[in-house]
Design a protein around this ligand. Structure first.
Ligand code: TRP
Ligand code: SF4
Length: 400
């Protein structure tokens, strides 16, 4: 349970662009080599704000999965699935809702922000208020402890931690917990039991975090523990009750900011994007016609890269030498803007070429993508069902 498990989701917004690649996907691709990773399409989340356009969801889902694969997310190393195909998320969402104070949801910053931002939509809905809790269910159902997200999502992970803590507090206490935990310790075998007790004491008396981690590993590695005992032993280290749900952490990486063609953040709503699978001609044209420092009206006018979105692209794509070439050439009117843009065009095309190639087989044969997702959904469901069974048991719903 305490092997690092990474989970992240993305709303299906259709074909992805360079902003998604530099902001999120590059990170996923790095993580997939280091951790067990689950990545999913948050299609129910899309409905919380876009319930009025159900007709586009399906296309958006498949386009997005193809873009993940094109960017280099490897289905052999990660589990890729679709939220609505693992209905256990919804069941956990419902069960968690029983102990979720309304005030906690209303206080999450995105609640008011998004309502104001999307003022043309009626977001005074139950689904929209509850969406951070749905996100909590997404995370908790896999006992994921690492959640790569952008800054805007950190409050949601924080909220998820509070929900997990509250759940464990309310439902992790059972009649005779201490005795059951003591009995579970005996099942570890004499040697492990002794080490477990020592580590537990160290943690409880001195707050020794290493001891806590070591004790968790010990429980993790213990074979053949009956159901429930593992959670008891995890919880008992820290003194409390059973630890049914695991508190996750936000995994923040310095997000490489990808500017849009106009210098604002790259985003579909600003119409300033470069799509991951756009053809070379379209991309070249988009960059060639990008705005530059407005002071450079004529070729002979010197410019200031700080006032030019092309410079921001150079900061993403160019090495030190080329950046100097831009700085000097621009300020002295030694280079023209088209000349300055050419290496950016070349870099973007070079970055995207392998993506177009990786996407090709999936576009030619859509059943490939369907089967990757079918496999992923099956794997995800197994994990989800296991947690849900323990959650139900803890909540008194263990009868079948
Ligand atoms: N809410 C996230 C977003 O809008 C997407 C998401 C849904 C998510 N469930 C998640 C991200 C679970 C991380 C973990 O971007
Ligand atoms: Fe921008 Fe380059 Fe033109 Fe300077 S030379 S204004 S940095 S495009």
């Amino acid at each position: 349970m305490f092997v690092d498990r990474v989970l992240s989701g993305m709303r299906p917004t259709g074909a992805l662009h360079l902003g998604h690649y530099h902001g999120v996907l590059k990170n996923w691709i790095r993580l997939q080599h280091e951790y067990e990773c689950l990545f999913f399409v948050a299609d129910w989340h899309a409905l919380t704000t876009h319930y009025d356009t159900p007709d586009v969801i399906e296309q958006h889902v498949w386009d997005m999965v193809i873009d993940w694969l094109a960017a280099g997310v490897d289905p052999a190393q990660t589990t890729l699935f679709i939220q609505s195909r693992v209905p256990e998320h919804a069941e956990l969402h419902l069960l968690l809702s029983m102990v979720t104070p309304l005030g906690w949801l209303e206080r999450i910053p995105t609640y008011k922000d998004q309502q104001e931002k999307l003022a043309e939509k009626d977001l005074a809905t139950y689904g929209f208020l509850g969406y951070p809790l749905l996100q909590s269910a997404d995370i908790l159902i896999y006992r994921a402890n690492q959640v790569p997200v952008g800054d805007d999502q950190v409050p949601h992970v924080e909220f998820t931690r509070e929900i997990a803590r509250r759940f464990n507090h309310v439902f992790g206490r059972e009649e005779g917990f201490e005795q059951k935990a003591e009995a579970a310790i005996k099942k570890l075998g004499a040697k492990r039991a002794r080490v477990y007790r020592q580590l537990r004491t160290k943690f409880l008396e001195k707050g020794d975090g290493d001891a806590l981690a070591a004790a968790r590993v010990l429980v993790e590695e213990a074979q053949n523990l009956p159901m429930g005992d593992r959670e008891r032993l995890f919880g008992y280290i820290e003194g409390g009750g059973k630890m049914v749900l695991v508190e996750p952490q936000a995994l923040l990486t310095e997000a490489s900011r990808m500017p849009g063609l106009d210098g604002q953040k790259m985003s579909k709503s600003y119409d300033n994007t470069i799509g991951l699978r756009e053809d070379a001609e379209t991309i070249s044209k988009k960059i060639r016609t990008m705005p530059t420092d407005p002071a450079r009206v004529k070729r002979s006018d010197p410019g200031n890269p700080e006032k030019c979105p092309v410079w921001e692209f150079h900061q993403v794509y160019s090495d030190e030498l080329r950046r100097q070439w831009v700085q000097q050439g621009c300020r002295s009117a030694g280079i023209g803007c088209l000349e300055c843009k050419q290496p950016v065009i070349d870099s973007v095309l070079a970055e995207l070429k392998p993506m177009r190639e990786r996407a090709r087989p999936y576009l030619q044969d859509p059943t490939l993508v369907r089967s990757i997702i079918a496999d992923g959904c099956e794997k995800a469901r197994k994990l989800a069902q296991e947690t849900l069974r323990e959650v139900k048991e803890a909540m008194g719903l263990g009868y079948n």
